[in-house]
Design a protein around this ligand. Structure first.
Ligand code: NAD
Length: 439
């Protein structure tokens, strides 16, 4: 059954400002990539919004437009970039330092990249111990810092003639923290800002400033920023869509591709040992055990929800899951991730799978930033607010309503994403349940 009518989506007219708290390896690889693609120097590989098609109707209809031609997304030409960083380097210097993209490509984008300079950051050393720099705001309280961010946002928007704004946290991973009373309600949080509560992290101050201006923000890191009751309350109040956290790239991407396959074939998993060597600034920050803990919690959650050990105790009940990250400077952004997976099959006979993934972290993350920018802007224009589970596809820790488990299976996530787009456009959902060959 088709839906009676499609959702009313405001057109994507004018400029879309993209604000990045954190303009390091991921942030500058994303910006440089969009600039390069605009100039026809490269293709947007890895981006669903730019490359993927979406099937409509029956298979025999042979109707599969590109997502970008199907839903009203902002175009790459509409995007303007800004952000904040603890280091004052412009995007050209920061991209050169990150060492992800080759110099020849960066030279061709030099003028545009040099024009993008970070605004001074809201930063607190105790939340990211291994970073030291001074492009940092000072203020009389955390509320004062939030107000300074709001001023930055308005100034940026006016200077660049933006019609709408979206933000993606591409900043460092903050130390692991549990929510406290200050996060329980918006009122408590605002009082905490005025009192400069030590429980309020810098990323939460950005989240407060952005959401209070009705601007959607995605959190690329595993820290506690948006997944706290006060932010959900703020998002509801300002009709802002909320999604998950911690970009699903390298090793976790592999996990969410393989684990659903093992479960689908009812193969047991006795253990999954994952280790990485990583030499970029992200690796340096994660070398602090407290920042690593944020990452570890986010990475560990994935397998349990996919494999459901409570439902299948004989297959997954005794599984050992270990994740390690080692800071190893020679590798830079080119991480190497090893997985040893101990599985078992018929009659309990054991087998092993070894993966050695020589990946490039920021190359995998940049298209995710682009898709999130465009989809969050779409969601906002479509009047969607609160938790957007259809964007779980991009996250190690998808946002989910209380009382249900997060969906980690990449293929269920993709179906949910595409069906949401079909729903927005008033087309039939595709469930693959039809009995006829052409369904
Ligand atoms: N690349 C990936 O595959 C991937 C995957 C999942 C998550 N992440 C996360 O994305 C984030 C960015 O990764 P990266 O490789 O670009 O790291 P990076 O260290 O190169 O960049 C992070 C930048 O954030 C800045 N920063 C830190 N605190 C800030 C603050 N309070 N305000 C403004 N700027 C601040 C730092 O100065 C730095 O320039 C990290 O948290 C990382 O864990 C990356």
């Amino acid at each position: 059954m088709g839906l009676d009518q499609n959702v009313d989506i405001a057109p994507a007219t004018g400029r879309l400002g993209v604000l990045l708290p954190g303009m390091g390896a991921v942030g500058t690889t994303f910006i440089s990539g969009v600039l390069a693609i605009r100039k026809g120097l490269a293709d947007p590989i890895g981006s669903l919004t730019q490359m993927s098609t979406i099937r409509l109707g029956k298979r025999s209809d042979e109707n599969a437009p590109r997502i970008a031609d199907y839903v009203p997304l902002a175009t790459l030409d509409d995007l303007v970039f800004g952000g904040w960083d603890v280091f004052p380097d412009d995007a050209y210097v920061a991209a050169s330092r990150a060492g992800v993209l080759d110099r020849h490509l960066l030279e061709q984008l030099g003028e545009e990249l040099r024009a993008i300079t970070p605004m001074p950051a809201v930063f607190e050393q105790s939340y990211v111990r291994n970073l030291h720099s001074d492009n940092v705001k000072t203020g009389t309280s955390k509320m004062d810092l939030a107000e300074q961010l709001v001023d930055d946002i308005h100034r940026f928007s006016e200077e660049h003639g933006c019609d709408r704004l979206v933000a993606v946290w591409c900043g460092s991973t903050e130390v692991y923290r549990e929510p406290t009373e200050v996060h329980a309600t918006l009122e408590a949080f605002e009082q905490g800002l005025r009192d400069s509560s030590p429980d309020i992290a810098p990323s939460q101050i950005y989240a407060y400033a952005l959401l209070s201006q009705g601007i959607p923000m995605a959190n690329g890191a595993p820290n506690l920023s948006l997944d706290i009751p006060c932010m959900l309350e703020l998002a509801r109040r300002h009709q802002v869509p909320i999604t998950g956290k911690d970009f699903k790239t390298g090793q976790t991407l592999m996990k969410t591709i393989l684990a659903p396959g093992f479960k689908a074939r009812m193969l047991g998993v006795e253990g999954w040992y994952s280790t990485n060597i990583l030499g970029n600034r992200d690796g340096e920050v994660l070398d602090d055990p407290e920042s690593f803990k944020s990452k570890e919690m986010s990475k560990l959650g994935v397998l349990d929800t996919i494999l459901q050990p409570d439902t299948y105790p004989e297959l997954y009940g005794d599984m050992t899951h270990v994740v390690r990250i080692n800071y190893y400077p020679p590798r830079g952004d080119n991480k190497e991730g090893w997985d040893n997976i101990d599985i078992f099959g018929w009659l309990g006979y054991k087998m092993q799978i070894k993966i050695d993934f020589l990946c490039r972290d920021s190359i995998l993350a940049a298209p995710i930033v682009l898709d999130l920018v465009l989809f969050l802007d779409l969601a906002k224009r479509a009047g969607l607010s609160g938790i957007q589970e259809w964007l779980s596809f991009y996250w190690k820790s998808p946002a989910h309503p209380d009382g249900v488990y997060p969906e980690h299976d990449l293929f269920i996530q993709l179906m949910k994403l595409k069906n949401t787009l079909r729903h927005l456009q008033g087309d039939d959902l595709i469930t693959h349940l039809g009995a006829e060959y052409y369904d």
